[in-house]
Design a binder for this molecule. Structure first.
Ligand SMILES: [Zn+2]
Length: 279
């Protein structure tokens, strides 16, 4: 599933090519559910003729701002792809929505699993995600104290806490496992049992793995492609994610990595470097 670095990479790769473009037509495929319950013709009537004036990201969401102060909120979820192609390119596999732009390009949304959504919000909803999504981990507002305070209220395993979008926005399975490895924290450690020093290490590790992921233009372990259809490069930078099942050697101590299923998600870690404190 695309996480903060992947979603931001998609946004950056599209931004300079779609801002300033007018939407001239909308094509909706067989799965109208992509609009989140909106009616296809009503969606088209509201969106056609609008100019794209900006793009933003919040957590794992992309927001495309339109010139009437309305916005398109896009969530890629598991397998969604948002890509800009030539008008004359053949239909994509699993293509559900295409926004035709005036320069003969199409902004197309495809999604094999059909969990992704493109939702049009009426004017006045610019901050629709505030209150639903927690602090941005790369923002100045996300301090060690903010994280510590938030974790102090949760007894859930730290792995599950990191996936909670209200605690910190944009982290999923990949970057959670990578951050816990760097901070040497066992994924089952109760969030409210971490020492302040551990939270400080975790805070630093979260920012580090996300910045590296962004610098490498995202992790392509399964479906991820940017807005040009290109893969990211961060998969070679992963230390533990996906490596527990094969018991690959820990890059720090050389002992075999392992994995546990926590909250329904597999968590890869080093049982030697990431010890569970005794209760
Ligand atoms: Zn190790």
């Amino acid at each position: 599933m695309p996480e903060l670095p992947e979603v931001e990479t998609v946004r950056i790769s599209l931004n300079y090519r779609i801002v300033g473009q007018k939407i001239t037509a909308v094509r909706i495929g067989d799965f109208a559910g992509v609009l989140g319950g909106d009616e296809s013709s009503a969606f088209a009537a509201r969106v056609v003729g609008r100019e794209i004036v900006g793009t933003r990201r919040r957590g794992k969401y992309i927001m495309i701002d339109l010139d009437d102060d309305s916005l398109l909120l896009i969530h890629l979820r598991m397998t969604g792809n948002l890509v800009l192609v030539s008008r004359f390119d053949p239909k994509l596999r699993f293509e559900h929505l295409s926004l035709e732009l005036e320069n003969d390009t199409d902004l197309r949304f495809s999604d094999q699993r059909k969990f992704g959504r493109v939702i049009h919000y009426l004017p006045g909803n610019a901050d629709v995600l505030d209150g639903k999504v927690g602090p941005e981990p790369l923002s100045d507002g996300f301090t060690v104290d903010v994280l510590a305070k938030s974790l102090a209220r949760r007894s859930a395993p730290i792995k599950s806490a990191l996936l909670n979008q209200k605690i910190v926005a944009g982290i999923g399975n990949i970057y959670a496992d990578e951050a816990l490895f760097r901070a040497r924290i066992h994924p089952l450690s109760p969030a409210n049992r971490l020492k302040f020093e551990e939270v400080r290490q975790l805070h630093r590790a979260i920012r580090q793995v996300l910045r590296e992921g962004l610098g490498n233009r995202g992790t392509s372990v399964s479906h991820f492609r940017d807005g040009n259809g290109d893969e990211g490069n961060n998969q070679s930078n992963l230390r533990v994610y996906g490596k527990g099942r094969s018991e690959s050697a820990c890059p720090r101590c050389g002992r075999p990595l392992t994995f546990l299923v926590i909250g329904g998600r597999s968590s890869h870690f080093c049982p030697n470097c990431q010890r569970l404190a005794k209760a």
